[in-house]
Design a protein around this ligand. Structure first.
Ligand code: XMP
Length: 545
């Protein structure tokens, strides 16, 4: 399942399930070229689709068993077969549907995708004793069409065990590496291409050039797609879906819900009402910023619910992290339902609910089944599935960075566009080991404000996935102005990450850490010690609770 880190309501669905249920729900913007990436289970499959989009060609990742007929219906300009963990010799290995080669569009196989093509078309593929993992030197022997104009010697990133020893009849072997006698191949007659290495990762410096060659020279794609090009398309679609119905959107202040709300407002104006539940667990001034941007700048009808007292009451006496998360989640749903009820009690019932579901939520497959619950993220800040609304999901085809581009295009303030992820249960899960009282939350909010100010001033805010403070229930002894103190410890947590699945602690400059620590101790009387969390994820998680 998906975690949207800014508390946006999501409905993650496996790609296959989604397409089977309703193939039309995720589809390319009209009249733009599309290249389909078929997912054979590779670690980097999503990244291939992103790289293709970066070349200006719309791309989606679809399950490999989708079926040639469905793919043909989408009229793609090309097909890419992704990598995957299987060996072509394994009994359960995904097979190549031969009709895919009859669609009349160029096909590029990457890693497992290439092995599959080679195997099915009569080449020699062998399960090797040693694999080839990591950086490799590629020697281009014959550039052919795919590698034309690229250096004869280049670095590439490999991750495979099976190896193609001889290309199928009619194919030319283009390149090799130390462990792969055939590291690239092509048959320009049949329009079938393959590379053993991963062009989508940054460790293959010419990877993007190779993709571009495939997309432009081989497939003849027009490269005018950009995230902003979905704006008009989506506005039209929202209008068609909603007609004159009433729409509600739970605004969290995160970029996903903000951009989704703005798009819907552009489409249907005041038929939309946003509900912003201020649970009193936000960072300093953040609630006001959201209210100001939406109500005053964008003139979006907004119900701002000051629910701080209710949430604090629910949190009284609660110290266990899971109980805390559940309490906040339940309270959030209750408040939202009450507001939705009030709105529906007015002129006409609210029929539609805006969700900031992203493309990564859509394609994230299955997930969760049998997996241990580390933290109950998805119940927090999310809404139950049985709410009686029809969903409006205008970001369903976009990746996070593309949502930011759309946000900027719509004029969303820079602060909201680039806001670091913030958990649904807010600061409550950063007051750890003790009760999240108003006093503790206020102290944490002030410490966090100093951290944010200094990180921004140092120009590091965008580089960090997240930067925040944690307030443990610990007092330590100190000495200030010749007097003994017994005060609070503030923990600085700053991490770099691509997707929050793994994270590394950020190496913040010493000078910056010193400024932050001395400001906290000087400006916050209750604080007499500042420490730095240097745990990566795994083994730690990003949040402390
Ligand atoms: P952890 O602590 O599991 O967090 O490493 C991973 C990412 O998820 C965010 N997070 C949440 N986001 N609701 C959310 O929307 C939640 O309940 C929640 N808990 C954690 C966290 O900030 C990090 O970005």
């Amino acid at each position: 399942m998906s975690a949207t880190a800014d508390g946006v309501v999501t409905a993650a669905t496996a790609a296959s399930e989604l397409v089977e249920r309703d193939p039309a729900r995720v589809r390319p913007p009209r009249a733009l070229d599309e290249v389909v990436v078929l997912d054979y289970g590779g670690q980097y499959s999503q990244l291939i689709a992103r790289r293709v989009r970066e070349c200006g060609v719309f791309s989606e990742l679809l399950p490999h068993h989708l079926g040639a007929a469905e793919i043909a219906r989408r009229k793609p300009k090309g097909l890419i077969l992704s990598g995957g963990p299987a060996s072509v010799y394994a009994p359960q290995a995904p097979r190549l549907e031969s009709e895919l080669l009859d669609l009349g569009v160029p096909v590029l196989g990457i890693c497992y995708g290439m092995q599959l093509l080679a195997f099915e078309l009569g080449g020699r593929v062998e399960a090797a004793e040693v694999g080839e993992f990591g950086r490799s030197e590629l020697t281009v022997r014959e550039p052919g069409r795919l590698l034309a104009g690229l250096p004869a010697e280049q670095t590439c990133w490999m991750s495979h065990r099976d190896t193609v020893l001889a290309p199928p009849p009619g194919f030319a072997a283009l390149a090799s590496s130390s462990e792969s006698p055939v590291a690239a191949l092509e048959d320009t007659e049949r329009n079938v291409y393959g590379i053993q290495f991963h062009p989508e990762v940054v460790h293959t410096p010419y990877g993007q050039d190779i993709l571009r060659r495939f997309l432009i020279d081989v497939c003849g794609c027009d490269t005018s797609w950009s995230p902003a090009s979905i704006v008009d398309e989506q506005i039209e679609r929202i209008r068609a879906q909603v007609a004159d119905g009433r729409v509600i959107c739970g605004l969290s202040g995160g970029v996903d819900s903000s951009v989704a709300a703005l798009l819907v407002h552009r489409a249907v104006g005041d038929q939309l009402t946003c509900v912003f539940v201020d649970h009193g667990l936000m960072r300093k001034n953040e609630g006001q910023q959201v209210i100001h941007a939406f109500r005053d700048t964008f003139k979006v009808p907004l119900v701002a619910v000051d629910a701080e007292e209710r949430f604090l009451a629910r949190l009284r006496g609660v110290t266990d992290p899971e109980t805390k998360r559940k309490a906040i989640g339940e309270e959030f749903i209750r408040v939202f339902e009450e507001e939705a009820g009030k709105l529906s009690g007015g002129t006409a019932a609210v029929r539609y609910l805006v969700q900031g579901t992203l493309y990564s939520d859509v394609i994230e497959s299955g997930g969760g089944t049998g997996a241990a619950t580390i933290k109950s993220h998805h119940n927090v800040g999310g809404l139950p599935q049985d709410l009686q609304f029809e969903l409006v999901e205008p970001l369903r085809t976009l990746f996070k960075d593309e949502v930011r581009a759309v946000g900027a295009e719509l004029g969303l303030p820079e602060r909201l566009v680039w806001r670091q992820p913030f958990p649904g249960p807010g600061l409550a899960i950063r007051v750890v080991g003790g009760e999240a009282t108003r006093e503790r939350l206020d102290l944490l909010r002030d410490a966090d404000h100093i951290l944010q100010e200094e990180i921004r001033k140092a120009g590091l805010y965008r580089e960090l996935w997240q930067s925040f403070c944690v307030l443990p229930d610990v007092r330590t002894v100190g000495v200030q102005g010749d007097e003994r103190t017994y005060g609070n410890v503030v923990v600085i947590r700053a991490v770099t990450s691509d997707d929050a699945m793994t994270a590394d602690w950020a190496r913040l400059p010493y000078d910056l850490l010193e400024t932050i620590a001395s400001r906290m101790i000087n400006e916050l009387r209750e604080v007499n010690r500042v420490v730095l969390d240097i745990t990566s994820k795994p083994p730690g998680t990003i949040e402390w609770e």
